[in-house]
Design a protein around this ligand. Structure first.
Ligand code: NAP
Ligand code: MG
Length: 490
């Protein structure tokens, strides 16, 4: 076993409000766990409405009056670049802390999470001084006018994130918000607050003014709901379960907040018989088992053309059986622990259900006596109306569904409440484009899966979300457009 270069170190467990690290006003804390040992690793501030109120007031002041609102856009960009540099300098430490708190394998954090975190901050740093409006050629009988638009920040942004990519989700939220000149109040997931807190410390070190970035820890029902309802916040950006989003939408209605949602999925991954089968098996592995299956766009419905179904399943099950599940600090580990007892129980519950509905050809059990580890699990003989094919399991569990022709698979791919992502494996360009055109999903991957870039928009149709994160699209959600008319006289 290889020990991570830096031993994980918990540096911060409090709230960041107006540049100060403070306990919850009630003095309450909650336990945070290491998913691979089930041990408590920290007690973190358990915030309620009073803490949220202080954070929103600080963010409001920083937005309305602080140096932030007078700062040149290019200076905002410089702060984001500096934060990216600091993250790079502390990459080992941050990676170890992420592994400790989330249970994901260290190799994956180094390969995927850290580089994406750094590049996302740099990408949005580059945008800071390039966000501008247009001059509009107006021509009407009212007179002669000069008309132009300006892009202005929305204001105070309430940002509520989940536990599957704790650092990366912070980045997706802070990057566009700060580049566009907003201030933020972040509520990390109760399971995984530690790296968000460390990132906030690094943001302070980078030089973000007090009140621009606030972090309030706690539970969704208390801290999260207070944040959503607060009159001082202008916008909610949320990632998580669609039922939580429905709740947030209702709570945000009274104050008519701007809303963006990035929610779950039941993404179809379609393998045609003409595909490079080994490549498709590798893609199916990544598609479902990456990050313990705790991925909103996971390819959890795997459609395989009937003529290659049995051959594909044999190879796929062999690859799943060979997957190294265990100690996430071991460099050779491919799959770590599920994030919490609650998620572990949920996943095991679906596995039991799957065993009644379908055939389990790989996994189907926990992978260790201690720690929330689950074997990569494959079900065959699944039909699209079964619960394991319709509900988001959010774990290393995949349903394989055979299909006969293109029209049938497109219909089934779209027969879901969700629409986050889809993938297709084929050597035939017409099949690839047919899928890309017909699947109602925010991202379609052709002969690849889970490729991400800060410049490429990501988000969902239907129950998978509203609005887009990343790319220039993300900036739309964090800006208002102001139209200015100037009377030019006769
Ligand atoms: P969740 O309840 O949607 O949690 C996401 C975030 O929302 C957390 O910070 C949560 O706080 C907060 N929250 C919960 N209720 C809230 C409310 N009423 N008002 C404001 N904020 C609220 O998701 P979960 O319970 O962690 O996981 C349940 C399922 O959601 C998973 O099994 C999976 O299917 C799905 N999920 C999807 C994604 C995704 O990326 N799309 C990510 C994670 C989970 P707490 O920390 O207190 O929960
Ligand atoms: Mg929750």
């Amino acid at each position: 076993m290889t020990i991570a270069a830096a031993p994980p170190r918990v540096t911060q467990t409090r709230n960041l409000i107006d540049g100060q690290w403070v306990e919850a006003r009630s003095g309450k804390t909650f336990d945070v766990f290491n998913p691979s040992t089930e041990q408590v690793i920290a007690q973190v501030a358990d915030s309620d409405a009073a803490d949220v109120d202080a954070a929103v007031i600080a963010a409001r002041r920083a937005f309305d009056e602080g140096p932030w609102s007078r700062m040149a856009a290019r200076e905002r960009g410089k702060l984001l670049y500096r934060l990216a540099d600091l993250i790079e300098q502390h990459a080992d430490e941050l990676a170890a802390l992420e592994v400790l708190n989330n249970g994901k394998p260290i190799g994956e954090v180094r390969f995927a999470d850290i580089p994406l975190v750094v590049s996302t901050f740099r990408y949005f740093a580059g945008w800071a001084d390039k966000i501008h409006g247009d001059t509009i050629p107006v021509d009407n009988h009212f007179g002669r006018f000069f008309c132009y638009t300006k892009k202005e920040p929305v204001g105070v942004c309430a940002q509520i994130i989940p536990w599957n990519f704790p650092m990366l989700m912070v980045t997706w939220k802070w990057g566009p918000a700060l580049a566009a000149g907003n201030t933020v109040v972040l509520k990390p997931a109760e399971q995984t607050p530690l790296t968000a807190l460390r990132l906030a410390e690094l943001a302070q070190e980078a030089g973000f003014p007090d009140g621009v970035i606030n972090v309030v820890n706690g539970f969704g029902e208390t801290a999260g709901a207070s944040l959503v309802k607060h009159r001082g916040a202008d916008k909610v950006a949320f990632t998580g379960h669609y039922q939580t989003a429905q709740h947030i939408m209702r709570d945000a209605a009274d104050t008519l907040k701007r809303i963006t949602f990035e929610l779950g999925g039941k993404s179809p991954n379609v393998v045609f018989a003409d595909a490079d089968l080994d490549q498709a098996v590798a893609g199916a592995m990544t598609g479902i088992f990456f990050n313990q299956g705790e991925v909103c766009c996971a390819g959890s419905r795997l459609f395989v053309e009937r003529s290659v179904h049995d051959e594909f399943v044999l190879k796929f099950a062999a690859a799943a059986d060979a997957r190294r599940v265990g100690d996430p600090f071991d460099e050779n580990t491919e799959q770590g622990a599920q994030v919490s007892q609650e998620q572990f129980d949920k996943v095991m519950g679906y596995i039991e259900l799957g065993k009644q509905e379908a055939n389990c050809v790989a996994g189907g059990e926990r992978a260790a006596d201690t720690g929330w580890f689950v074997r990569p699990t494959i079900f065959t003989g699944v039909t699209n109306d079964m619960r394991i094919a319709r509900e988001e399991i959010f774990g290393p569990v995949v349903s394989v569904l055979p299909f006969t022709d293109r029209r049938e698979v497109i219909e089934q791919a779209n027969d879901t409440d969700y629409g986050l992502a889809a993938a297709v494996w084929t050597r035939d360009i017409t099949k690839a484009f047919a899928l890309a055109d017909s699947v109602r999903a925010g991202t379609v991957w052709v002969n690849c899966f889970n490729t991400f870039d800060a410049a490429a928009p990501f988000g969902g149709y239907k129950f998978s979300g509203q609005g887009r994160e990343l790319g220039a699209e993300a900036l739309k959600a964090y800006t208002e457009t102001k139209t200015v008319w100037v009377n030019l006289g006769d």
